[in-house]
Design a protein around this ligand. Structure first.
Ligand code: FAD
Length: 486
């Protein structure tokens, strides 16, 4: 099998028996057509269809090294600058399709798997009870690539008591851990947060946190493995869906791009050794992303996506300010300038990361980490300003937003007359303002803001790691030299 089409993605999902708890309902299949998920699932299917569209397929796919069949570009191991550019163009194409709103498209974790597999020798250091972890990660990457599987991941302990470590939550019982091993593999019990798209993914990656550090006492909790999403004993506790089944006109984003988030429960899930990549090794867990460069390639995808999202915000705020004739006011220009500077900062950081790319110890051409890490630290805060700016500039117009039923119903004439704007007729203006509303006021938009703040880990602790890893010696030396000057 090669890069999937939308219908192939949907067919596999329809056959899967994923256990999802959602709004009091227990699903053991049928996720693809459930009202909570069917719209976003179809948005994902469109992305898979793009892989076969003559307009996009040369960017979105490359020939599999195993079969020569086209496979997704996110699996491409970059060796040349052209490879890196191709990867970024593929990320951007998919991100543009959802205006950057879909955060967990397959390219995010496929990038991680590509980097992890290329570092198979590093995994080979692990001498746990399973044989050949390096082989395991390489074979698993090849399987996901050839079958074009969609992965979700779960990294952090349940949020019970952050004053103690994950392994101490609930006396040690809460966080997913290995309860026993048998001849064939491990048995995992407990829970983890928080798997976005968990309910409709094909595979769950149970990986270490990108930010939290394991200590030697955390052996049982220190592992990495992959589990088919409908494995026995695995269940997802999904949050309330924010796609309310409303028309596209009324909820233009929520009706398309509402990615579910779910707590993952492991009720004695058996994981065969060939699906284990690290077992009982806190040190390997702590080096998992940095040593393999996985975090760099994941962030490369993220910054391409956040660039697409910021381009969307700039287009949206520009149409809004033109529509109601507020462009000439200086504070409005200052707000628009803020969006532009964020966009240009992201573009520059992305470009710098590619320009300064260098091979890592496994021969993978790896974007420079400092610019990507800077973008990763900045965006969680910068994004919060966008809904604030849109709310401020949209003002009461964001409440003058009748539904499609109103626009086409008895109020149509009033809407056309009284909701017209400087550049738009009433119905057109309502359509634009509903999009602004879904970007800055709706429940969907609230979840987007939370997502941008936290999806890569706690920005506060990311900043701590950023400071600890940044070479400040030249700056300190320069200041000390100045202090000693006559
Ligand atoms: C919408 C959304 C989608 C997500 N998707 C995924 C996903 O797909 N996969 C996945 O694995 N995870 C996902 N996450 C989880 C994400 O990784 C976490 O939200 C993030 O790591 C922060 O952890 P937490 O939510 O447990 O916050 P907590 O750690 O509970 O923090 C709560 C508050 O306390 C502060 N705090 C807590 N402990 C400390 C400390 N030691 N030092 C300083 N401050 C502290 C934090 O700064 C924060 O303000 C998602 C989160 C969100 C919100």
């Amino acid at each position: 099998m090669a890069a999937r089409s939308g219908s192939e993605f949907l067919e596999r999902l329809s056959a899967a028996r994923v256990h999802v708890e959602v709004q009091g309902e227990t699903l053991t299949g049928g996720v693809a057509d459930h009202p909570a998920f069917r719209n976003v699932v179809r948005s994902y299917a469109e992305l898979y269809d793009m892989q076969h569209d003559p307009a996009f397929r040369d960017v979105l796919t490359y020939p599999s090294p195993a079969t020569g069949e086209p496979v997704a570009t996110a699996f491409l191991t970059p060796r040349t600058p052209e490879d890196l550019v191709k990867r970024r163009k593929a990320f951007k194409l998919w991100a543009d399709r959802s205006l950057g709103m879909l955060g967990r498209t397959g390219d995010y974790l496929n990038s991680a798997l590509m980097a992890l597999a290329s570092a198979q020798d590093w995994f080979g250091q692990a001498q746990g009870s399973g044989p050949g972890f390096g082989e395991n990660i390489r074979r698993y990457y090849e399987k996901v690539r050839e079958e074009d599987l969609l992965c979700t991941h779960t990294l952090i302990p349940p949020q019970a008591n952050r004053a103690v470590s994950g392994s101490q939550q609930g006396g040690g019982a809460l966080m997913a851990h290995i309860v026993r091993e048998d001849d064939n593999g491990i048995v995992v019990r407990g829970a983890r947060m928080l798997a976005t798209i968990g309910p409709f993914a094909d595979e769950l990656l149970v990986f270490p946190s990108t930010v939290l550090r394991n200590d030697p006492a955390d052996k049982q909790y220190s592992f990495a493995c992959a589990i088919p999403n409908d494995a026995h004993g695995l269940r997802y506790l999904a949050r309330e869906p924010l796609d309310y089944g409303r028309p596209r006109h009324d909820h233009p984003l929520g009706s398309r791009f509402e990615e579910p988030d779910a707590v993952v429960v492991f009720d004695d899930v058996h994981v065969p050794y060939e699906r284990c990549f690290v077992l009982g090794d806190p040190d390997l867990c702590n080096g998992f992303y940095a040593h393999t460069s996985a975090v760099v390639h994941m962030t490369h995808q993220v910054v391409a996506r956040t660039t697409a999202k910021t381009e969307y915000i700039l287009g949206l705020v520009s149409l809004l300010t033109q529509a109601i004739g507020i462009e000439q006011f200086q504070h409005v220009q200052a707000d628009v300038a803020e969006v532009i500077t964020t966009l240009e900062t992201l573009r520059a950081l992305l470009r710098a990361a590619e320009a300064d790319a260098a091979p890592n110890e496994f021969g993978v051409l790896t974007p420079a980490w400092a610019p990507l890490n800077t973008a990763r630290i900045l965006y969680p805060r910068l994004y919060q300003r966008f809904p604030e700016i849109l709310r401020k500039l949209g003002a009461s117009g964001l409440m003058a937003t009748p539904t499609e039923a109103d626009v086409t119903g008895p109020a149509a004439a009033d809407i056309e007359t009284y909701l017209q704007s400087a550049t738009l007729g009433g119905a057109e203006r309502v359509r634009l303002f509903r999009l602004v509303w879904d970007t800055c006021i709706s429940a969907f938009s609230g979840r987007q803001a939370l997502y941008e703040y936290y999806f890569f880990g706690d920005p506060v602790r990311m900043a701590g790691a950023y400071v600890a890893g940044y070479d400040r010696e030249p700056g300190k030396a320069a200041v000390q030299a100045f202090l000693l000057r006559d």
